[in-house]
Design a protein. Structure first.
Length: 309
């Protein structure tokens, strides 16, 4: 894919095309518009595009018909739906056809940019699997991944365990891994992608050596997890979803770690730590080689008071 992905925005309302154009051009994407499915097909027959963002309800050639055509004739183009209120059936059909994502109308610039970024990443993962695997995996890792996929191939309900094993092997689940799993388990890539996006224990970005999972559920929130999280963020100088420069730690925010009686709770890798306070969190991080040794005098006093109290 070129450095500036080329996107075709298809909508029967010019105002939608114009506003998508305004938002996406400012980020360096190349945008063209088509006022309906028919015009979109003509454009795709004459030029190459990386992504198509399409409305569903359009006169003559509607969105679903257009998606079917793309899947058959231009299978390497990624598809995103931009639409108002799709019926569940239409949405299900679109998902089954393998769309990447959905932008609700009217959209805000940040939602559109966020989905576009993901769609571009997704479309980049559509290079031939072997080519991409050679770029991103050591051969031993690819071999192990294929062995695991093979193990789960004929087992019902195997997607989540297969993804878990894949994440253990690769460390995260980028589009190329999702695609390999979809192919191996013989299921739509969109289904794999939606499961990975839905469960917080799956990540599409590489994590650090130690993953800190901070519970943001109600019980933990009420007991003060916010202060704990702030302290961890401040000390590691990263936000939720990020990894430290030395690749040692990442922070993840989750809804409930299933240990509400111990609130506030955090986990580092597979270990659960309850009744957290900001200074205890620093101390625990220190056990994993985190920057806990340089506690300020105030933090040291607080830690001692907590231990004594
Ligand atoms: S709310 Fe935090 S563990 Fe359940």
């Amino acid at each position: 894919m070129s450095a500036e992905p080329k996107i075709l925005v298809v909508d029967d309302e010019l105002v939608v095309i114009r506003s998508a154009e305004r938002v996406l051009k400012s980020e360096g994407y190349q945008i063209e518009g088509a006022l309906g499915g028919r015009e979109a097909i003509l454009k795709m027959e004459q030029g190459a595009y990386d992504l198509v963002f399409t409305d569903l309800k359009m006169p003559e050639v509607d969105g679903i018909t257009l998606i079917r055509w793309i899947k058959k004739s231009r299978p390497n183009i990624g598809i995103v739906i931009i639409t108002g209120y799709p019926s569940q059936d239409t949405m299900k059909e679109a998902l089954e056809l393998g769309i990447i994502d959905y932008v609700p109308k009217p959209f805000t610039p940040s939602v559109l940019l966020d989905v576009t970024k993901r769609a571009v990443e997704w479309a980049e993962g559509r290079k031939p699997a072997e080519e991409k695997a050679a770029e991103e995996f050591p051969p031993a890792m690819a071999k192990e991944l294929d062995r695991v996929i093979g193990e789960y191939r004929h087992r019902p309900g195997s997607l989540i365990p297969a993804l878990q094993r894949a994440q253990e092997i690769v460390g995260f689940l980028p589009p190329v891994v999702q695609k390999r799993i979809a192919k191996g388990l013989n299921m739509p890539e969109a289904e794999v992608h939606s499961v990975v996006s839905f469960y917080s224990f799956f990540t599409m970005k590489p994590r650090g050596d130690h993953n800190i999972r901070v519970c943001l559920g109600t019980a933990c929130y009420v007991k003060g997890i916010e202060g704990v999280l702030e302290k961890i963020k401040e000390r590691l100088k990263i936000d939720i979803g990020e990894t430290t420069e030395d690749k040692k730690f990442s922070i993840e925010g989750v809804r409930c770690l299933g240990a509400c009686g111990l609130a506030p709770v955090m986990m580092i890798d597979q270990e659960t730590y309850g009744a957290m306070t900001p200074s205890k969190a620093l101390k625990v991080m220190g056990e994993y080689g985190g920057p806990a040794g340089d506690q300020s005098p105030d933090e040291e006093t607080a830690a001692v008071a907590e231990q004594e109290g």
